[in-house]
Design a protein around this ligand. Structure first.
Ligand code: SAM
Length: 228
C-alpha cells in the first residue's frame, strides 16, 4: 500500500522537517507522478535535513535528491540518494555548476532564502533549465507581501508581481498581437496558486489548439448551427 506524503511527515523519526500542513496537498498533486520514477529533485534550502529524507522515502529508490544551501553545516545531510551542495541560490555560477554535475532537474522546490530578489533570479535562471515536462514550485510566498523580504502588496520586484505578468504570458497567443509569445508561453502548460505556493507545470504545446465538440449528433448539430 502506498504511504501518503502526509503520513511520511507525521511518522518522521529522522531529521527535523519544518512545513506548513496545507502544503502537503499541493506537494501530492504536483509531485505524485514522480513516485517510483527516476526523478531528479532539486530542493533549494535544506534546513535541518529532514525534508530531503522525506522526499527520498516518499519518492522511492529511483529518486535522486539534490539539496542546495548557503549553510556549510548542511553538507552533513548527504547520504545515499541525497547529495548536498553548498552555495547561494542567488549565485548563478553555483546553480550552473549544480546543473552541470546533475543535469536538468525534473522538480525544483524553492524553499531557500525567500528573499524576493533571490526567488525571482533563481526562477529566471532555473525555470528554462528545468526538464521540459518538469515542475517548478516556490513555497512560503507569504514573504512576497513582507517588506523585510523585499515584498509588499503590488510591489515591483516581488515574485507575485512576476507571476501576474507570467499569467498574461501564458495566454499571449490570445492577446491579438498585444503580447508576443515568449519562451515561457511556449514551454509552460499551467500555473497553479495555493496559499503561499506557486507552481509551474512545464510542457510544450505539441499540437495546435483546436476546439472540439462531443455529444449526441442532434445536440452537436444544433450547437454548430447556433455558432453560425
Ligand atoms: C525554511 S529553511 C528550509 C527548510 C527545509 N526545506 C524543510 O522543509 O525542512 C530555509 C533554508 O534556506 C537556506 N538559505 C537561506 N538563504 C539561502 C540562499 N541564498 N541560498 C540557498 N539557501 C539559502 C537556509 O540556510 C535554510 O537552511
Amino acid at each position: 500500500m502506498r504511504v501518503s506524503l502526509w503520513s511520511e511527515f507525521l511518522n518522521n523519526r529522522q531529521r527535523t522537517i519544518h512545513k506548513w500542513t496545507h502544503y502537503f496537498a499541493a506537494y501530492e498533486a504536483h509531485f505524485q507522478r514522480y513516485v517510483n520514477r527516476p526523478v531528479l529533485f532539486l530542493e533549494i534550502g535544506c534546513g535541518r535535513g529532514g525534508s530531503a529524507q522525506m522526499w527520498k522515502r516518499w519518492l522511492g529508490p529511483h529518486a535522486r535528491i539534490v539539496g542546495i544551501d548557503v549553510n556549510p553545516e548542511c553538507a552533513q545531510f548527504a547520504e545515499d540518494q541525497i547529495a548536498i551542495r553548498i552555495g547561494s541560490q542567488a549565485d548563478m555560477g553555483f546553480l550552473q555548476s549544480v546543473l552541470d554535475e546533475f543535469g536538468a532537474p525534473d522538480v525544483v522546490l524553492d524553499d531557500g532564502s525567500h528573499q524576493m530578489a533571490h526567488v525571482v533570479e533563481t526562477f529566471r535562471y532555473l525555470y528554462p533549465r528545468t526538464a521540459r515536462d518538469g515542475v517548478y514550485m516556490v513555497e512560503d510566498l507569504h514573504t512576497a507581501y513582507w517588506d523585510e523580504y523585499g515584498g509588499g502588496l503590488g510591489r515591483e520586484g516581488s515574485f507575485m508581481e512576476l507571476c501576474k505578468r507570467l499569467m498574461d504570458e501564458l495566454n499571449a497567443d490570445w492577446t491579438r498581437g498585444q503580447l508576443p509569445p515568449t519562451e515561457f508561453t511556449r514551454t509552460t502548460l499551467s500555473m497553479h496558486f495555493y496559499d503561499s505556493i506557486a507552481v509551474f507545470e512545464r510542457g510544450r504545446h505539441e499540437v495546435a489548439r483546436e476546439e472540439r465538440i462531443s455529444g449526441r449528433r442532434a445536440l452537436v448539430n444544433s450547437l454548430l448551427r447556433r455558432k453560425g
